[in-house]
Design a protein around this ligand. Structure first.
Ligand code: 26V
Length: 833
């Protein structure tokens, strides 16, 4: 065996390519084996004896891709049946992760492939783990888009996902001495075997320049945009395989290319860099995903990204429409365009431009089509996250769109004036142009008025949308706001990531459970059954052992798989309150140290998540978690009682290992601030108990599971709002608490940062002052909930019963249910029963 620097190995003699291998090979296994070998040899140009894991992955993926091509092409070729409607899901993010396991599982090829690879001397895991994790997204919003695409394929809904093919996805996180460092991510270095490059499918995208006005033949003025700069959007298509291979949809990602590869005259003059400048500027658009949970990202480039992929998507779908239909007049009968957040909200103006300027439709008809075709999903109410663009930037970059937005706004405000004369407050509130911080285009308002439906992502979030950010627009357009509670793909987040639990469920409930998640409810009858509980617990134990191994390999910390695995995995953000979890960890540590002989429940605290690179406070919270971990893990007085692990570089693949192994799921955001959450669903589905606030979709989880089966605590959204309005200060909570003061003194006084005593002062001070995120306010209540959890864990039967009941209550949270609701109430697309 030859070892390479990257840890992969070169296998020389272990090959067994003969058909007379140990296990009798079915025809399908042999065919797969031969196909993989052909791909390896003739596409990758590698001899089997030289192949590394990565080569086996590539060859396997290419072989699997062959299995879906026919259905993939059929989607392109054939008009959708029944309604004749196709869904277009526009999203700046698709957090797809690895695809091999998903594709073979959905095609029903897993065992055949395992056998085929075995005949080649390779394990499925070797090939699977060599696949890079495609991280073209930041977090929940991007992962939701990936689950939704898979569900649309699974439900047989013809759909395209449109986004950007970033050269570099979300940064790689390295933790150095507790501090997060960011490194570029490189998922494309060795090629992407799933995608088909389509150099012939390209659209021209304009920026800047001028707008000329001519008189049209009907006497109406006609506007023609002459961009000062153009960039080509080139298509790359990835097949999206549905469950049981039902439908194979397209994820079409756009790459930015300069129309001319370089300025040859400049190059020949010797100006080598100058010759390439335009190319670099154009291609920067698809270079890197913004870690956008951050403060306003690289403004202009971000706006260029948004317009680039939105325009490419709309041009593409119009072209497809016109291949089958005589005109654009019936566009809305054939397309439903979903805007994933405001990132593609410029679609409102771009579709109007295409219909009016390019296809010469009258304005009013174009507006009717635009509103009928578009719908918009809101994913956050945080004011700092609501997109607005400075008018001068828009005028410079997208002059024609700015004119169109002005006209939409003028007509919109005229209608408001007519209905509510003299109400200037209302006009200012619903205008598409905000005047608060200079004149800015409000993308949420634009998306709202240009859509026929606007949805929130959980019942609570949708209610808050109606009460706060979109209160006035909701009054003007009653019924436009609807709720579509998020869901997760049970294929990826149960069947693929937890084969042990899946096998148990099939055994207990029958194979029906694989297609009908509502069947999970039947588990309730088994929740008290000691034999079933034992099997459920054995699966969890095996998953915990796998996670324990990973923790040891990744950060060198040994943990006991018998301890309570208490897990918080998500982006690091103050509103998600990892800090609250760390404070409780310190409180527990102090208590254990004070009375080491008490009958403690052994706990392993697992944290994982990335902070936006410019979000200093979030990075400081990571540092604190790591500092606490260092002190706790070294302290012999809590050995066997408490361990803390911060696992670096959280991504989809990491989640697939952590989620099945969790006992306790931390969903502890400040009430009213987490729009939905989807990690909450993945963890509960896999039998973790939730400790959480009544926030986002956790509220609905409590309704479906039964609130007595979650550890709920803390202020409600209404109480948070009330405290903030009444000038709440955290010192009130400190004074009332038995231990919060001590915890804050320890952290603020440098117990965990002996090298820099003042490091955490700013964190602690914010908790005793305004305490915006209600960390101090909720601390005691959280501590009590943690104590309830720890006590319950000491009664294995009781805990297991609760765990089973949690899984049993989660059937409704399948993304198939979410998508069926979008199809019925927003897109008007039939779903096959
Ligand atoms: C963006 C920003 C940007 C500026 C700084 C603060 C900040 C905070 C949050 C965000 C996230 C915006 C959109 C988003 O990712 N929302 C997430 O969407 C998920 C899918 O619907 C949902 O489950 C999460 O609760 C929600 O945070």
């Amino acid at each position: 065996m030859v070892w390479y620097q990257d840890g992969s190995t070169l296998r020389r003699p272990a090959l067994n390519t003969s058909v007379a291998a140990a296990a009798p090979a079915t025809a399908e296994v042999s065919a797969l084996r031969d196909l993989i070998l052909r791909k390896l040899t003739y596409t990758l140009g590698k001899a089997a004896s030289e192949a590394r894991d990565r080569d086996w992955f590539m060859a396997t993926a290419l072989a699997v891709r062959d299995h879906v091509v026919d259905r993939f092409l059929a989607q392109m070729r054939d008009r959708p049946a029944a309604s004749g409607k196709t869904v277009y899901y526009l999203s700046l993010e698709f957090l797809i992760g690895r695809l091999l396991r998903e594709n073979i599982s959905n095609l029903g090829l897993t065992e055949e492939l395992r056998a085929a690879l075995a005949e080649l001397g390779v394990t499925l895991d070797q090939a699977r783990l060599a696949e890079p994790d495609a991280a073209l997204g930041n977090g929940g919003l991007g992962r939701l888009a990936a689950c939704f695409l898979e569900s649309m394929s699974s439900l047989g809904i013809p759909a395209f996902g449109y986004g950007i093919r970033y050269d570099h996805g979300l940064f790689r996180q390295i933790i150095r001495e507790g501090w997060q460092q960011e490194y570029p991510e490189d998922w494309l270095t060795f090629g992407n075997p799933w995608e088909f490059a389509r150099p012939e499918i390209r659209h021209r995208i304009g920026f800047g320049g001028e707008v000329a006005t001519e008189n049209g033949h009907d006497g109406e003025p006609r506007h023609r945009w002459h961009p000062g700069e153009t960039v080509d959007a080139v298509a790359y298509d990835t097949p999206v395989v549905g469950w049981r291979g039902k439908q194979v949809n397209h994820l079409r990602l756009w790459r930015a290319r300069a129309p001319d590869p370089m300025r040859l005259d400049a190059f020949n003059r010797g100006d080598h860099l100058g010759a390439l400048a335009e190319q670099v500027r154009a291609e920067a658009i698809s270079k890197v995903l913004y870690p956008s949970d951050d403060s306003p990202a690289g403004q202009e480039l971000r706006l260029r990204q948004e317009y680039f992929f939105t325009s490419a998507a709309l041009q593409d779908l119009l072209r497809r429409h016109l291949r089958a239909e005589p005109s654009v007049a019936n566009l809305a009968d054939h397309v439903a365009i979903q805007l994933n957040d405001t990132h593609p909200a410029i679609a409102v103006a771009e579709l109007m431009r295409l219909l009016v300027d390019e296809h010469e439709l009258p304005w009013a008809e174009a507006w009717r089509i635009t509103c009928a075709a578009l719908s918009y999903t809101n994913h956050t109410l945080l004011p700092e996250a609501l997109e607005t663009w400075p008018v001068p930037l828009m005028e410079r970059l997208l002059p024609r769109h700015m004119q169109i937005i002005y006209r939409i706004n003028a007509e919109h405000l005229d209608a408001v004036r007519a209905a509510h004369p003299g109400d200037d407050r209302l006009l200012a509130s619903v205008s598409l142009i905000g005047e608060d911080h200079g004149r800015r285009v409000r993308m949420g308002q634009l998306a709202f008025v240009g859509s026929h439906k606007v949805n929130g992502v959980s019942a609570l979030h949708t209610d808050l949308m109606r009460q706060t950010v979109f209160h006035d627009l909701n009054g003007l357009f009653p019924g436009r706001i609807v709720n579509k509670t998020n869901g997760v793909s049970f294929r990826r987040w149960l069947m693929q990531c937890n084969p042990g639990l899946t096998a148990l469920l099939v055994d207990a409930l029958g194979p029906r459970v694989l297609d009908a998640p509502e069947a999970l409810a039947e588990l309730r009858a088994l929740a008290g059954d000691a034999v079933f509980q034992g099997r459920f617990a054995a699966v969890k134990r095996a998953n915990k052992e796998a996670l324990a191994l990973r923790i040891r390999e990744q950060i060198g910390v040994r943990v006991d798989p018998g301890a309570l695995f208490d897990v918080q995995i998500k982006r690091i953000h103050e509103y998600k309150r990892q800090l609250l979890n760390v404070l409780q960890t310190v409180a527990l540590y102090e208590a254990m140290r004070a009375q080491p002989m008490r009958d403690w429940t052994p706990v392993v605290k697992v944290f994982s998540g990335k902070a936006a690179p410019g979000y200093h406070r979030a990075k400081l919270i990571i540092k604190l978690a790591c500092d606490v971990a260092r002190v706790v893990n070294r302290d012999p007085s809590v050995r066997g009682l408490l361990k803390v692990a911060f696992l670096p570089n959280y991504n989809v693949s990491a989640a697939e290992v952590i989620v099945p192994a969790a006992d306790l799921s931390e969903q502890i955001s400040t009430a009213g601030m987490e729009a939905s959450g989807t990690g909450n669903m993945k963890l509960a589905l896999n039998g973790a108990l939730t400790i959480g606030t009544l926030d986002g979709a956790t509220v609905e989880m409590a309704e479906h599971i039964g609130c007595e089966h979650l550890f709920l605590f803390g202020l409600s959204a209404a109480e948070v709002a009330e405290r903030r309005a009444n000038g709440w200060r955290g010192e009130t909570a400190v004074a009332a608490s038995d231990c919060l003061g001590e915890v804050l003194d320890a952290i603020g006084g440098g117990v965990f940062s002996p090298d820099d005593h003042g490091r955490y002062r700013p964190l602690v001070d914010s908790l005793t002052a305004e305490d915006w995120f209600m960390v101090a306010a909720d601390f005691d209540s959280y501590l009590a909930a943690q104590t309830r959890a720890a006590l319950l864990y000491r009664d294995p039967q009781a805990w297991r019963r609760e765990a089973v009941l949690n899984t049993a209550g989660m059937g409704w949270f399948s993304s198939d249910r979410s998508i069926a609701e979008y199809a019925g109430e927003i897109w008007n697309v039939p779903v096959a029963p």
